[in-house]
Design a protein around this ligand. Sequence first.
Ligand code: SF4
Length: 756
Amino acid sequence: MAFDIDMIKGVYANIADRVDKARSIVGKPLTLSEKILYAHLWDGVADKAFVRGKDYVDFAPDRIACQDATAQMALLQFMQAGKSNVAVPTTVHCDHLIQAKEGASTDLKHANDVSSEVFKFLESVSNKYGIGFWKPGAGIIHQVVLENYAFPGGMMIGTDSHTVNAGGLGMVAIGVGGADAVDVMAGMAWELKFPKLIGVKLTGKLSGWTAPKDVILKVAEILTVKGGTGAIVEYFGEGATSMSCTGKGTICNMGAEIGATTSTFGYDESMERYLRATERADVADAANEVKSYLTADPEVYADPKSYFDEVIEINLSELSPLLNGPFTPDLSTPVGSEMTEKATANEWPLKVEWGLIGSCTNSSYEDLSRASSIAQQALDKNLKTKAEFGINPGSEKVRYTTERDGILDIFEKLNAKIFTNACGPCIGQWARYSDPKNAPKNSIIHSFNRNFAKRADGNPNTHAFVASPEMVAAIAIAGRLDFNPMTDKLINEEGEEVMFDEPTGWELPPKGFEVKDNGYLAPDEDGSDVVVSVDPDSERLQLLEPFTPIGDSITGAKLLIKAFGKCTTDHISMAGPWLRFRGHLDNISNNCLIGAVNAYNKKTNFVKNQLTGDYGGVPDTAREYKAAGIKSIVVGDHNYGEGSSREHAAMEPRHLGVAAVIVKSFARIHETNLKKQGLLGLTFANEADYDLIQEDDTINFLDLDEFAPDKTLSIEFVHADGTKDVVVTNHTYNAAQIAWYKEGSALNLIKKENAS
Ligand code: SF4
């Protein structure tokens, strides 16, 4: 990890200058979040104060982390950039493509069989371009990042929404789409709207049955699933410093569930302990040298309302354990009798069938040790477990150490299945049913972050409730959703009444962490000879070809679809069963816009093919236009492309020959993704012109050869009866983005500049 400490020391060497300058420009004391943001400006030292929630700012992240599902397209794109190495330290983690069924060894072997071509591809690309590779079974991306890479005051991006977990070690870590990650890997800046700031003051101290998970479940209840949108949540106060580093990670992790950009905590002794326990004393020593820059200025926490856009206060001494769910992570119910009433009123099954402990949210040594203290009591008190148990350790380091310390053995004595160190049931990779769609209504409890319908097992009738690992253990043993371990008794095998004592555990392993093979493969020093091979007949992977520039003339184009109403990235590029094609642009393009509603017949995936007059699916129709050498145009409504930042939603139309997307308004990330892929993303100057577009229109751009910043583009729509309407459109392309368009894509331009 020598490379890392050099990089970290480089960040710390600049932090004082950058933060001091920023403080004088902003003109007041700074929060931790502002310090990290201003210390990572692409242009170095700040020359202006940014307006929160308004200004778009270029940043220079320190690290990138990618998981196996999203890394495929990101790396396929990076290969297009013509670079010999990634510009920023990057890692790839194989954790999403491993199904939980029989238990770790069988399941891992099965995953290595069915996804071997994807894993081999990721391994060889990583080796070639200087990317650290974590093999299947090495662990869940965010636990591995916390153990190995996160550092106080750093900035990281990752192609997964729970990248935010690294806030537990004082980072600003943000989940992004693959296109953003590729830009940074290729040496470009990363743009983010300067976030708003929410301060959460934690007073008091956790005790008894209350865990860090309950803090974020409470915050989710207060802010709801949208309350953190566009904001960084910064935690502080005595309650924050009294918590473990991995506990802080749990809280930051589920910041994704309130829509927050990210969450973070100031550097403290718990982080120092964690760094030293995970063999990073050098990072702790370096952080200690710049400690005051790794937390907010003292004035901020003394008077938070003057510095944050919103402040919440939670007294940990008064907080009670919560169960959140079903179907949404912000629906809180205190553990106990209130659940009886709610479950009865809503017909939620009270019987609990499974207790699952794991996911990137709660799979640390501390989590497993506290949950095992409850499991041990069940053994000691001769209690029979009512629900089944499944455990996913967060990393091989955690698995090896918990096995050595007898923790996993306790669960195994309760017949728990120890699944692979991977996401498993958290991402639906759980072979619970042969026919999930027709599976019965039931309740499960887990320590994960998300509990949307079908998320864990594909069964729309599974009611999933989220709780701390120790509460999952207690409720799974009791087998009832409304069991309150603080007050309720259970009957053991001898017919005696017994109660659980409060959970206990270790923040860090008393004998230290240990691991034989952590699953990491360092890349070759010089990867230039590494050959990345992709089978041309593969269904799942396809090497990309550079997109051909659309050019400065579009005439005779056909309307592909006029989308009606909401058209999110899910409507444009659906997830679900299509996930397996994420590395194969041509195959995944068969889902292009199949969820969008055709404005003329209000049907999905049913559009008129102007060449034949027949109606058919959007991808098929687009392919016919493309085969005939005809460009096609997509028209859309408001906030087109909202939702996830997935770049497939821009790459697929581009691949199928769409030249322009003209809408009333764009979701900004999707608009940028369209620009990056060399498409035209335009908005109606007069929104009402949307109504002028007709199903049989042929489309001519009148002044595309004059494409320039701040200049409108005029487009002629020729209707079937020969009449015409000229529609004026706006765009937000700057000169650099117009250069992307002219070269065919941002990556084409990078490659060209690299070659010259
Ligand atoms: Fe995402 Fe769940 Fe994996 Fe975490 S454990 S990275 S939330 S799928």
